[in-house]
Design a protein around this ligand. Sequence first.
Ligand SMILES: Cc1ncc(COP(=O)(O)O)c(C=O)c1O
Length: 371
Amino acid sequence: MIKTTAMKNLIREGIEDLVPYPPGKPIEELERELGIKGSIKLASNENPLGPSPMAVSAIMDKVHTLNRYPDGSGFYLKEKIAEKCKVSAGQIILGNGSDELIELLIRTFLSTGDHAVQAFPSFLVYEKAIKGAGGRMSSVPILSDFRIDLKGIARAITPETKLVFVNNPNNPTGSAISKGEMASFLNEIPDHVIVALDEAYIEFVSDDSVSSGLELLEGHPLLFVLRTFSKLYGLAGLRIGYGFGSGEVVDYMNRVRQPFNANALAQAAAIAAMDDAEFVSRTLSVIREGLQYLYKSLEELGVEYVPTQANFFLIKMPLGGKKTYELMLREGVIVRAMDSFGLPDYIRINVGLREENERFIRTLRKISEVN
Ligand SMILES: Cc1ncc(COP(=O)(O)O)c(C=O)c1O
């Protein structure tokens, strides 16, 4: 495609420098190209058990009414979330994945040229969405122990700052913020700034001292907490996320929101998934047991890793992240190289099923011996 000057002049400022999110080929296509079968994917922090069975059954029941638009108010799902999380339905907003809520926050609060702050590395979508909307992003490097530098983030706020993104636990480091740290951070934030606290992985946290945004909402009217059904409930392919804020913040976001942004199957599935206690507890056991196995095996191999509070973690590879990714791919094990996150020596994997974790370790051993 020829990039004409006319096109360059047409696009919004900031778009020229963006790179498309790496699409990644479908597994079937990769297997065909590499001549392999039965590969495993540990690259996208997904639930290895599949979707919640109760959600699947709710989808089947709902399929017959797909001629109807979804409930644009998400009445029953919000009611369910409100009851479980002890907030009012007016403080909840639904999204086509929490990705959409990140964009919705930006479309509601950020004008062209406005400033935002994030940690780096963190979830790559924040910067992409800010720049795509003509905003400016300051990225505050994480600390040497992989924790988010909250003091640095507070210092990076200027009078033009509208939004701050904090990811707890942070993707890709898996580090988490304690209740005390979060409370003092929020107290430092001036009242012209919205804090978007992304808790996509909060349900995996095992450390009781870690902060939960829900407990902080009351004292902080400019705090917005994002959550998702993609991870714990295994519904990533369906696209459903939710957020909590003050009634006022949610009201403004609702003015910008597309009326049918949360689709009908996703709403039905999410309601059912929240009742699927067996699936939730099985998921948490698979993740915790998997982490123990992986930590122990990596220690035996003398490979460094970064302990996590999420369902994924970083591993330092003497071969480098990209090379490890390529070698593992040829063995049918798909991991994530961390060069685009500024960590070229690392890969990130999510915990898989027991046999997947074992295969990962076997493959790691094999490529380390050969290379
Ligand atoms: C930190 C973080 N936030 C948000 C998301 C997006 O989640 P969703 O599937 O709800 O759009 C992800 C997905 O990987 C994530 O890692």
